[in-house]
Design a protein around this ligand. Structure first.
Ligand code: FAD
Length: 398
């Protein structure tokens, strides 16, 4: 006979210990609201998975002001602009001059390390390496999360509010019946070939390059590790590329009369990242709320995914605080609509950056020239530059 299921009770049950789930857990705990996070991966796997790297000023403020720790400011790198490169020439978008804001280069794994350490420091209840997670009764006053602990113990969490922060393959989202949920989805006809390399930075700021051979992003991670991407076919086999071929491909996409030369180094990760845009509407069903990639995903061109996840959490935290401390449902009732306003702005920004900078393989000469006209219009006008700078550094409100 199997052992009986262990039952625990809390105010907020959170599925997913990525940036959204851990940040929410941290904010709730600070406000005295009990919560438990269940996460299917182990700490080491999450810590060593490389994903996003650019934080908007609002994300940095959330991490810093909520007392996670000060590492984002002491170890992150402030970037006051980016280069848009086309026709072989770079055009700087000066964020500080245009909108008085900056972004921070601070890898997502460091955000995870900081949040996980803060939860441990504050005796938070985060259960890693769980399996067979299920969510039940989400429209009742006692939603439940069932799962199996790493040691085989079967557990049921009974909570007042259940938050799905379980990423793009969300099981929580599937608890919203198909007839009350709209899935808005598009796929793009290209992907990014991404590498991590042991090399010094090739430029002081990020370079977003459009060339006749396709798009490339020359990004960074640290003084010694760099992240770079180039546009490729979604069916591309990353393992079939030699280091030399990858470097040659990247180089020819940034070539220009200024002689920009990429600094090469050993490549220690190469992968193909598919491009999708997705939004689930609404982000709430009964007492289940979705946050982050569980509710929406964007192509990475606008560096919005992680930032949107943290923006959702900021909103959801205030709504939950108002619900538990003042008994008011007003902000919870408005959560989905308010969060989705920012989500759709970010969808538009990511789509716009993607279509302006990439070249479809079937693009006509007219379409190629039109995109160059768009880039010239944006970089040649202060208004155009400001539109980009505000979207990239993050809109002040939803
Ligand atoms: C390769 C890559 C590169 C990216 N680059 C960028 C970028 O440059 N800029 C940017 O802004 N964004 C980027 N993103 C997107 C960004 O990483 C995400 O938007 C961000 O991680 C969202 O955070 P989240 O907490 O919502 O979801 P996640 O980080 O996906 O966290 C969800 C967590 O839930 C856990 N989970 C899932 N299912 C279950 C379950 N059934 N039970 C328990 N736990 C579960 C997962 O293990 C995971 O840890 C990138 C994504 C990828 C994959």
């Amino acid at each position: 006979m199997s052992a009986p299921r262990t039952t625990v009770t809390t105010q907020v049950g959170i599925v997913g210990g990525g940036p959204a789930g851990l940040m929410l857990s941290h904010l709730l705990a600070k406000a005295g609201i009990d919560n438990i996070v269940v996460e299917k991966r182990d700490h080491e796997t999450i810590r060593t998975t490389h994903r996003a790297g650019i934080l908007e000023h609002g994300s940095v403020k959330l991490l810093n002001d909520s007392g996670v720790n000060g590492r984002v400011l002491s170890e992150g790198h402030r970037h006051d602009g980016i280069d848009l490169r086309f026709g072989g020439r770079s055009h700087r978008i000066d964020f500080q001059d245009l909108v008085g804001e900056s972004v921070w280069l601070y890898p997502q794994n460091e955000v995870f390390v900081d949040l996980a350490a803060a939860r441990e420091r504050d005796s938070g209840d985060v259960r890693y390496s769980v399996r067979d997670t299920e969510v039940l009764d989400v429209t009742t006053a006692t939603p439940k999360i069932r799962f199996t602990e790493a040691d085989g113990t079967e557990v049921e969490i009974r909570c007042r509010i259940l938050v799905g922060a379980d990423g793009s393959q969300s099981i929580c989202r599937r608890a919203i019946p198909a007839d009350v949920r709209s899935d808005h989805f598009i796929e793009y006809p290209f992907a990014w070939f991404g590498i991590l390399t042991e090399a010094p930075p090739s430029a002081p700021e990020l370079i977003y390059a459009r060339s006749e051979h396709g798009f490339a992003l020359i990004s960074q991670r640290s003084e010694t590790v760099q992240r770079m991407y180039f546009q490729c076919d979604p069916a591309e086999d990353a393992s079939a590329w030699t280091e030399e071929r990858i470097w040659d491909e990247l180089q020819r996409r940034v070539e220009g009369p200024d002689g920009l030369e990429l600094k090469r180094g050993r490549i220690f990760e190469q992968m193909v990242l598919p491009f999708r845009s997705y939004v689930c509407e609404p982000l709430r069903h009964g007492n289940l709320f979705l946050a982050g990639d569980a509710g929406h995903t964007v192509p990475p061109t606008g560096a919005k995914g992680l930032n949107l996840a943290l923006a959702d959490v900021g909103l959801l935290f205030h709504a939950l605080d108002s619900f538990f401390s003042a008994g008011s449902s007003t902000l919870l009732d408005a959560y989905s609509e308010t969060a989705l306003r920012r989500v759709w702005k970010a969808q538009n920004f990511s789509y716009w950056m993607t279509s302006m900078l990439h070249t479809r393989s079937d693009a006509t000469p007219f379409e190629r020239k039109r995109s160059l006209g768009e880039l010239a219009a944006v970089t040649g006008s202060r208004y155009g530059q400001q539109y980009l700078a505000e979207g990239y550094t993050g809109w002040p409100d939803n």
